[in-house]
Design a protein around this ligand. Structure first.
Ligand code: SF4
Length: 298
């Protein structure tokens, strides 16, 4: 079996930065309780490794970031790579918490653009995923911003004179471009800004260029939007067997060992250690259970 290791794969610059900020915060405030508001990045092993650094993740899918703050009594709060709404920051400061922002710079640029266009009187159409923290940070609490997930969301909107259209950074490029076109038909004068980040677009592009692949493996957490999009793009690229796996123990060597060409990639929040374990299992045809050493995650 030939194993094609797709490049680039794994941690992006925004994730590396967020993890470094979390570690530096631990060093800077050794005596204080440190909490992350939501998952710093969408990978359960990264969250576990941060716990070992004494950094606690506060997450509850049923609660908004604003509500989650009620579960943090004191100390330092770190905002995740996905960005944060101003109201949440204000509430954290009013509770006396020390705030550390690990928002990715690409996410912040999109947020700034949205703010600027609202000030100029535009209605915002934001293509993203409902309840995803990056989309929530932009869309919640502002009636001038419409979250767009599908074509009908655009058709249901009234006429607007000034429209600015943008998107969550980790969406599938083809899905976003389709919705951009529909928007342009409805609002011919709209301003469109493609905000798929470079890490996302290069990872997606690398998959689209693959040919004659029998099976495709994405190492990544099922809660990660970018990992899910990589699996979606592989399926759209007519690869028959596509697997999204958390770690090496989810790998079914039996179902792929007879195949000729198997490609592997990883979401932007997947640690290199987890990817290498999967590659090693593929190369050695090893289907035995592997220990995941949390100390090697970060
Ligand atoms: S996927 Fe893109 S937007 Fe998200 S953290 Fe990485 S670089 Fe930033």
């Amino acid at each position: 079996m030939e194993i094609i290791k797709v490049i680039p794969r794994g941690f992006c610059k925004g994730v590396v930065r967020a993890i470094n900020i979390a570690k530096q915060t631990r060093d800077e405030y050794p005596e204080k309780n440190i909490y992350i508001l939501g998952m710093l990045v969408h990978n359960k092993y990264v969250i576990e490794a941060l716990e070992q650094y004494g950094i606690k993740t506060i997450e509850n899918k049923a609660k908004s970031r604003l509500e989650l703050l009620d579960d943090i009594p004191d100390g330092v709060v770190i905002f995740t790579a996905h960005g944060i709404h101003e109201l949440v920051k204000e509430k954290a400061l009013s509770k006396g918490l020390i705030c550390v922002d690990a928002s990715c710079l690409d996410v912040l640029r999109t947020q700034d653009m949205v703010k600027k266009h609202i000030q100029q009187g535009y209605k915002i159409l934001y293509i993203g995923k409902k309840n995803h923290p990056e989309a929530s940070a932009v869309c919640d609490y502002n009636s001038n911003i419409h979250l767009i997930e599908k074509e009908t969301d655009i058709h249901e909107l009234p006429h607007y004179d000034k429209v600015f259209v943008t998107n969550q950074t980790t969406m599938s490029a083809s899905d976003v471009y389709e919705l951009f076109n529909i928007t342009k038909n409805k609002y011919p004068n709209s301003i469109i800004s493609d905000e798929i980040c470079n890490a996302t677009s290069t990872r997606q592009q690398a998959i689209r260029q693959l040919e004659n692949i029998d099976a495709f493996i994405v190492v990544g957490d099922s809660s990660s939007n970018n990992a899910n999009r990589l699996a979606q793009i592989a399926a759209e690229n007519n690869i028959k067997q596509v697997y999204l796996i958390d770690d090496v123990n989810d790998l079914s060597i039996e179902s792929i060992k007879q195949l000729d060409r198997v490609a592997i990639t990883a979401g932007a929040s997947t640690p290199t250690y987890l990817i290498n374990q999967v590659i090693h299992a593929l190369e050695t045809n090893d289907s035995t259970h592997q220990e995941i050493d949390i100390k090697k995650i970060l």
